[in-house]
Design a protein. Structure first.
Length: 404
């Protein structure tokens, strides 16, 4: 849990921080109209991507790590050379702020969301290939199907829409919700779509025809999120009503209600093996549940503020949480023991994520600072050895596992 790096350089609040696929670099997006690239090992600021005429909402790498795409308040998305920081492309055409920008799985296309439209671009030339027009209110999310053949969008107009990713043809409109659709995503096999809505329901749709298959009814408040288990057999939803529910993805039967939080639940996600669920709540806790039975296994108690998010390490052995108390915490996923408190921020910690190898954690705060921490014992020992002012005793070497 040793704090390795503080990435200071942005002149205003930070909106996002993410690793490149190989974990060697970090890209951040800020209100100061820039994105920055950092060397993940040392925290050295490598590049400042300047060109946007307003806040930069999002920044992310292409799958091969060679390019970066950013979305901004200036109604553009921009593509940059990730090594040099050179602006390669400006994707212009939206009439409103670009809230999201992401690559397709093969890196050949970019999908952006803004206002009541989504757009698809050639990732190499910046050519606008498609405009997905049809929503009558803001596009809340846009994502590709697992095979990259379709795009699904969620809108404030109470609908979700599926589009042919190559042509932009609107294939289906998923009508049935009576409130804003907050999220939409595909099942792991791409055959179904699940949506979450302010109408207190989630719905499951046949992805090819748009036929409404199931309505998941049972929450007493807005449903913030809905997602599939890794095997596609179950759906988990999180709600304003303070509960999480698990549903049979084939029949829509409510299987479990996870009660125990004392305030709204913002997120609920499965572990990679599908055996556990971790939830984050405004009651200042995260909880771990047995996914098959709904048994509450652990309460991760220790934060002094609302818990904004919770997620597993890549190997499922650790859980990391972010909170309004200006800290992130690392927990043993099996025992619920608080292992580490990651301090250093002087404002709310808005997001937290592991590097792909699970050895480092990046946190982002409202103060515009990203901080990097190591969880690798060998690295911790090397840091400690470089700073110690005397030789360790034989007893200390045994205690800390230091080999001669």
């Amino acid at each position: 849990g040793k704090e390795l790096l503080t990435l200071t350089g942005h002149g205003d609040q930070l909106w996002s921080a993410s690793y490149s696929a190989d974990g060697q670099r970090i890209v951040t997006a800020g209100m100061d109209q820039t994105a920055k690239v950092w060397e993940a090992e040392t925290g050295t600021e490598l590049l400042t991507l300047t060109g946007h005429d307003g806040a930069v909402w999002s920044a992310g790498y292409s799958p091969d790590g060679q390019r970066i795409v950013t979305g901004g308040w200036d109604k553009t998305a921009r593509v940059w050379n990730a090594q040099m920081g050179t602006e390669l492309l400006a994707l212009t055409g939206h009439d409103g702020w670009v809230f999201s920008a992401s690559y397709s799985a093969d890196g050949q296309r970019i999908v952006t969301g803004s206002g009541d439209t989504a757009k698809v671009w050639d990732a190499n030339t910046g050519q606008e290939l498609l405009t997905l027009t049809g929503h009558e209110s803001g596009v809340r999310s846009a994502s590709y199907s697992p095979d990259g053949e379709r795009i699904v969008t969620a809108g404030g107009d109470k609908t979700a829409k599926a589009w042919e990713a190559q042509t932009g043809t609107e294939l289906i409109t998923l009508k049935g919700h009576e409130g804003e659709v907050r999220s939409a995503g595909y099942s792991p096999d791409g055959q179904r779509i699940v949506t979450a809505s302010h109408d207190k329901t989630a719905k499951v749709w046949e992805a090819q025809t748009g036929t409404e298959l199931l309505t998941l009814r049972g929450h007493d408040g807005w449903v913030f999120s809905a997602g599939y288990s890794p095997d596609g057999q179950r759906i988990v939803t999180a709600s304003l009503d303070g509960t999480v529910k698990v549903w049979n993805a084939q029949t829509g039967t409510e299987l479990l209600t996870l009660t125990g939080h004392d305030s709204r639940v913002w997120s609920a996600v499965y572990s990679a093996d599908g055996r556990r669920i971790v939830t984050a709540s405004w009651d200042q806790t995260a909880k771990v549940w047995e996914a098959q039975t709904g048994t509450e296994l652990l309460t991760l108690r220790g934060h002094d503020g609302r818990v904004c998010s919770a997620g597993y390490s890549p190997d499922g052995q650790r859980i990391v949480t972010a909170s309004f108390d200006q800290t992130a915490k690392v927990w043993d996923a099996q025992a619920g023991t608080e292992l580490l408190t990651l301090t250093g921020h002087d404002s709310v910690v808005t997001s937290v994520a592991y590097s792909p190898d699970g050895k480092r954690i990046a946190t982002a705060g409202r103060n515009g600072i990203v901080q990097i921490y190591t969880t690798d014992m060998d690295e911790l020992l090397e840091i400690a050895k470089s700073r110690v002012t005397r030789q360790l005793t034989a007893k200390e070497k045994e205690k800390y596992g230091v080999l001669d």
